[in-house]
Design a protein around this ligand. Sequence first.
Ligand code: FAD
Length: 355
Amino acid sequence: MTAAVRVVVIGGGQAGLAAGYHLRRAGLDFVILDAQAQPGGAWIHGWDSLRLFSPAQHSSLPGWPMPPYPGPGYPTAEHVVEYLAAYEKRYELPIRRSEPVTDVCRDGGRFTVSTDTGEWSAEAVISATGTWWRPFLPLMPGGFTGRQLHTVDYRDPEDFAGQDVVVVGGGNSGAQIAADLAGTANLTWVTRRPPRYLPGHIDGKALFDVATRRRRALETGQADTGGVGGLGDIVAVPTVREARDAGLLRPRPMFTRLDSEGPVWTDGTRRHADAVVWCTGFRPALSHLASLRLRTTRGRIPTEGTRVVAEPGLHLLGYGDWTGPASATLIGVGMTARAAVADIKAMLETGGSQA
Ligand code: FAD
């Protein structure tokens, strides 16, 4: 069976919902297809103590602000999931769950989007599938016999009580998981370069402002104001700040191999490890677009804003700053979604998506 709509959105996490909000406002007929049975996107999979790096009022999707978090500190992942579930209900977004998209291909001037249960024909497609589903692990020689995990597998420090644990990664996940483990496991924190903490007053909202200022400057031909990269890598959320200030986060440089017992550094130093947690990031989850044979550079498909250069009817939303400033954050994705939908609407009004 093939159903026809004007726009298919692939992915019903925060980016897919923001797209849905703007598609609804634009009066376009659409469907959102999501692989998971429940709402919440990647937020349902984070580790137990995961919290936002911004307060609720700076973590909102378009239209409806995130309700204040009732407890102390920044909102928990559970609070985000509740917000996303309520958001899709509030705007009656047409989401079909447990519908992983397996393929997208061209069919004349339209796209055919395939799932396990059927096909959708659309004039435009927004892919908003995130990165959580494609964890990146560097290849490391040596034959380590202990446990190896990625950020996506980590849940709770109690699983590692009293164990020798190596956390690899100097970004937010690495710092937060290292802080989470610090009092419970014998922690070794390894980073490729010395950790760069953002000043205490910089949170997700400030990062969004920096990214937006930079985008505006570049678009209007002004001097580059510098991205968030110049400020540091790690948001000093309370757990990280406390562990750092207590001297529990003492970074070591990257090791060169992992032998059966644990890491070995260039100078021959060794350390025993029961487990290594790789907080080494993600790649965009884009395998459903393989049939379109789009050229990729380091896992990224060339885009202008969100529009795929080689397929003007296809937009990529979320994923990272390369599809819009802070578009992989709650506060940032709304602006990018609005631009993507405006672009699609203009394209549909002027006669289709022929590449
Ligand atoms: P996702 O949440 O991953 O949603 C994608 C959806 O697409 C999922 O529901 C998935 O099931 C579905 N999907 C995937 N493949 C398919 C397919 N083939 N077919 C159909 N559906 C598919 N941002 C903030 O603003 N504040 C923070 O504090 C913050 N902290 C973060 C902490 C961590 C550890 C991480 C990893 C990210 C954090 N982010 C934060 C960044 C960002 O907000 C999240 O990564 C967010 O989940 C991205 O939303 P998304 O909708 O782009 O992707």
